[in-house]
Design a protein around this ligand. Structure first.
Ligand code: GLP
Length: 250
């Protein structure tokens, strides 16, 4: 596991977008795993800026998002489909049918999960972008999630609903369930970038770096992936940052 210390949120986003450009420019039929939440929005803005400047092609790019709320339609401004369209897809020339997000309105959720996992397997994710939940969740894999899990339905932790209530009118409006790629689905990615920004993530990042690999802290599994880079800003890493030669890769 490598750690890159960014000066601030802007630099973290810039560094992440450069890693993504690298894949888009150098991998034929590249598949990207994408995240939502507050953390990656500026990274996506850098992708849009790059497209506007360089007319970057997206015809060979396929994307898979980590998760989606159950019960929200794609037109609901809090659905992750809406988020991705708003923050990225509507501004770059990616064919919409190449962008995959679990369907939170599927009649048969189990079938939806199985079909999603199959699609991921057919493509294989070259680079997965992740954010970090304050309770250690990645995607919507809450503490206690089995490390062997594939795409599945989850009950959201109260702390996650509270953390995400800032995007909704009230806590009651935050869905109680979601579909998420599982830990196993995420770990199958060839490369992973974990973005961490801001002081409110300090405790979670410290536990990730210093703690045990344990299902009670889902992100800890990343220590067992051979190609993970954490890009974190100064606000979360403090002054120690880069000098720490963390290398957990097996
Ligand atoms: C959300 C998402 C995650 C995201 C995380 C952190 O609930 N499901 O994919 O990475 O929590 O969110 P934020 O970037 O807003 O802190």
């Amino acid at each position: 596991m490598k750690i890159i210390k960014a000066k601030n949120y802007t630099e973290m986003s810039q560094l992440a977008s450069e890693r993504i450009f690298d894949k888009i420019k150098n991998v034929a039929n590249v598949t990207l795993g994408l995240a939502t939440g507050g953390t990656p929005t500026r990274t996506y803005q850098y992708l849009i800026d790059d497209y506007e400047k360089n007319n970057t092609s997206y015809s060979h790019v396929t994307t898979f998002n980590l998760d989606e709320y159950i019960g929200l339609s794609p037109n609901d401004s809090n659905s992750y489909r809406y988020y991705m369209d708003k923050h990225l897809f509507n501004h770059i020339p990616i064919p919409k049918e190449q962008t995959h997000i679990p369907n939170g309105l599927a009649k048969d959720l189990q079938l939806e999960c199985e079909a999603y996992e199959k699609k991921i397997d057919n493509h294989g994710i070259d680079l997965q972008i992740l954010g970090l939940g304050s309770n250690g969740h990645i995607g919507f894999n809450e503490p206690g999630t089995n490390f062997d899990s594939n795409t599945h339905v989850v009950n959201l932790a109260d702390s996650t609903r509270e953390a995400n209530a800032r995007f909704f009118n009230s806590l009651e409006e935050v869905p109680t369930k979601a579909i998420t790629m599982g830990i196993r689905s995420i770990m199958k990615s060839k490369e992973i970038i974990l973005l961490v920004s801001g002081e409110r993530k300090k405790e979670a990042l410290t536990r990730l770096l210093d703690g045990e690999v344990d299902e009670s802290f889902p992100a800890s599994i990343l220590k067992q992936h051979p190609n993970v880079t954490i890009i974190a800003d100064k606000a979360v890493l403090g002054e120690k940052g880069v000098s720490l030669a963390y290398n957990y890769a097996n």
